[in-house]
Design a binder for this molecule. Structure first.
Ligand SMILES: Nc1ncnc2c1ncn2[C@@H]1O[C@H](COP(=O)(O)OP(=O)(O)O)[C@@H](O)[C@H]1O
Ligand SMILES: [Mg+2]
Length: 409
């Protein structure tokens, strides 16, 4: 691998295609050739072992096991090391035994020939962005992802103040996680200095339980728990394992009623995973032509590429001024958001909050800007009161397929 591809491999999700022969593996991997954000590798299955660790350095985020024509007989002999790695099985249609075995191996999806590249890509995207399924019954928190449509729009400002309002006004247990791995500075907006960061928590994620997780959080006096991203070491996003962050988020959602994540303005394997798992995605933008253009693009990426359902995405127009020539009608016409929220411009309140590290709910509770943020918090919090609501564990496609084959639905 050249230095150049080593660099650009950065945030790509590693997909390992395992098959009985190299030709079969390459046939599947060729279907993914156009997917530039996937780092597709092949492995010939020898003695029944699939090893997601591959070269021993970078673990696969997803394994695709192609059974070829030997089907179930082969799968019985297969052993997937690293049972945590999501698995998609390609096997014969209408073969309940093989499907059942695939389920036992933890397969998230089961596909049968004839396979199109469209079908395969959509299954991969679904699994990579799969909603977090590790909730303990009835205790699942809500995940809100905040992403800025254009730098400086106020994404971090919204994430930080929303998390604070959910804590003090809605009285929820809330974790605020900074995932802007290179420029994030959330703790400073709250006048906090974090000892442990996201990187420390990720490094320890396999040993963490909810209680241990809270030990990694920096505590704000309001009760809000914050996990910062920036530490003394220089962090390169490519060094962060998407799988580990996925596990960390799952754990945080078991621990807190709300998890608010501040994302960098970037669509990569990490942000795709978070955005796909989020109950609410807030796209923060402002009122200018260039903001509108970037917002439209962000909505296209979120809906078309990441696959976030439109009803989960809200457009937050920050620093809104009524007399601006760009009206809400213009914004609606250009972006077509299902939900549009306006946060008024208030330079004094916002700047003071930022400079002093005091959230607006403390410094200027009755300012229109704060009230607009409270309305967002109420919307995000809707439904959380029902603490005994059923867990939102998604049914696995492979289970659905099996039920179909068995005539159970
Ligand atoms: N409603 C507002 N009115 C005035 N200034 C604001 C408002 N919201 C945010 N700001 C200011 O905009 C600046 C950029 O915000 P930030 O959250 O860092 O942007 P982003 O994360 O989108 O790059 C901050 O200094 C913040 O104080
Ligand atoms: Mg930011």
């Amino acid at each position: 691998m050249s230095a150049q591809s080593e660099l650009t491999a950065s945030n790509r999700a590693i997909v390992l295609v395992a098959a009985p022969t190299l030709a079969a593996a390459e046939q599947v991997s060729a279907m993914l050739a156009a997917e530039r954000d996937l780092d597709v590798r092949t492995q010939v299955v020898i003695d029944g072992h699939i090893d997601p660790l591959g070269d021993g350095k970078s673990a696969a985020h997803l394994v695709i096991a192609d059974l070829g024509d030997r089907g179930g007989a082969l799968l019985n002999d297969w052993d997937l090391r690293g049972a945590n790695t999501p698995l998609i099985v390609i096997g014969p249609a209408n073969d309940p035994q093989t499907m059942r075995r695939a389920m036992q191996l933890g397969a998230r999806d089961y596909l049968s020939p004839p396979l199109t590249s469209e079908l395969l890509v959509s299954a991969i995207r679904q699994v990579l962005s799969e909603r977090i399924i590790s909730h303990a019954p009835g205790t699942g928190g809500k995940l809100t992802a905040v992403i800025t449509a254009k730098g400086g729009s106020g994404g971090s400002f919204v994430a930080c103040n929303l998390a604070h309002i959910l804590t003090v006004h809605q009285q929820r247990s809330v974790a605020l996680i900074d995932m802007d791995l290179q420029f994030g500075a959330l703790p400073l907006s709250l006048d906090l200095h974090s000892r442990d960061t996201l990187f420390d928590a990720i490094a320890a994620v396999d040993q963490l339980d909810p209680v241990a997780l809270t030990g990694y959080m920096t505590k704000h006096e309001s009760g809000l728990h914050v996990l910062g991203a920036i530490s003394d070491q220089l962090a390169i996003p490519s060094e962060v394992s998407v799988e580990a962050v996925h596990r960390l988020l799952g754990l945080a959602l078991q621990t807190y009623q709300h998890v608010v994540v501040d994302l960098p303005r970037q669509i990569d394997a990490l942000t795709t995973m978070v955005l796909g798992a989020a109950d609410n995605v807030l796209v923060v933008s402002q009122q200018s032509f260039s903001h509108l253009r970037d917002t439209k693009r962000m909505f296209e990426l979120l809906q078309g590429y990441v696959g976030v359902p439109p009803e989960r995405i809200s457009l937050v127009v920050n620093r809104y001024v009524e007399k601006n020539p760009i009206t809400t009608d213009d914004i609606r016409a250009a972006v077509r958001p299902q939900n549009l929220v306006l946060i008024p411009n208030d330079f004094v309140v916002a700047t003071e909050a930022q400079n002093l590290g005091v959230p607006v709910y403390e410094g200027a509770r009755n300012a229109p800007l704060t009230r607009a943020l409270c309305a967002i918090a109420e919307r995000v919090d809707a439904g959380v009161a029902a603490a005994d609501a059923p867990p939102r564990q998604a049914e696995r496609p492979v289970k659905r397929a099996l039920q179909r084959v068995l005539g159970m639905r």
